[in-house]
Design a protein. Structure first.
Length: 251
């Protein structure tokens, strides 16, 4: 019967009513609700900042507490007390993060890092060796970042575009290489300064000062490096004429 009525409407030249007319806005068959073609794309979620990835201000404070516990424990009761205090506090922090349903990796990574540093210190029997890995890691990073500038592949730019899932075409832009080269040099200077200061205190057997230097030269200096990379990214986004011509010649 319905087919006959529709055929009659077609024969009379009158349009068949749109079956979607009168559909409610909440109808689940609406393309806007089902993800069908024509649906507006959702705005992408904002990328987490470096501070947010570190766990925010709370995460920065948490990273300094085991070092502080180690230094205080060593001053009060010696190496064994320092190791127990640092490990216990790291476990408590990890448990608190898990209870708050935060990311598992910072919690596990914090305990693992403290355990490795404490293990080296226990093995050598020297409290200052708790800082040994961090000292030489800074030297290695300074060399890697510095060599990347000499090679014409500033590591700050490589990391920035890799984390954002971008291609490596930025290397053809002299402006981008120059700005990210400056940012890489800033990071190289930060790592080199950390090594120089902490190695001096290590040789002087200043455990308390080593702990202070590690905290003060940690995230505060890293924030300076992050700002340098952000500045380079903003400056490099204004493409130079050479980069525009290179891009136009690409297939």
């Amino acid at each position: 019967m319905a087919i006959n009525q529709t055929q009659q409407q077609l024969d009379d030249g009158r349009p068949v009513p749109d079956p979607t007319e009168g559909r409610s806005a909440t109808d689940p068959r609406d393309p806007a609700e089902t993800g069908l073609p024509g649906q507006p794309e959702r705005a992408p979620r904002p990328r987490a900042t470096a501070l947010e990835q570190a766990g925010g201000v709370r995460g920065v404070i948490y990273s300094a507490l085991p070092v502080l516990a180690f230094v205080i424990g060593n001053a009060i009761g010696g190496l064994t007390t320092a190791i127990i205090a640092a490990l216990a506090l790291a476990v408590v922090i990890a448990a608190e993060r898990l209870i708050r349903k935060e990311s598992v990796m910072p919690a596990v990574g914090g305990v693992f890092g403290v355990a490795i540093a404490a293990g080296i210190s226990w093995w050598t029997g020297s409290a200052k060796d708790y800082f040994l890995i961090g000292i030489w890691s800074n030297l290695a990073l300074a060399l890697i970042f510095g060599l990347s500038v000499l090679a014409g592949r500033p590591l700050a730019g490589v990391l920035w575009f890799s984390l954002r899932g971008k291609s490596s075409t930025w290397r053809d832009d002299r402006r981008a290489r120059r700005y990210f080269g400056v940012a890489t040099i800033v990071l190289t200077a930060i790592f080199a300064a950390r090594f120089a200061v902490q190695q001096y205190l290590y040789q002087a057997d200043e455990v308390g000062s080593l702990g202070t230097a590690k905290i003060v030269m940690g995230y505060p200096l890293l924030a300076v490096g992050v700002l340098a990379v952000a500045w380079a990214a903003r400056a490099a986004s204004r493409r130079s004429p050479e980069a525009g011509e290179a891009a136009s010649r690409r297939p």
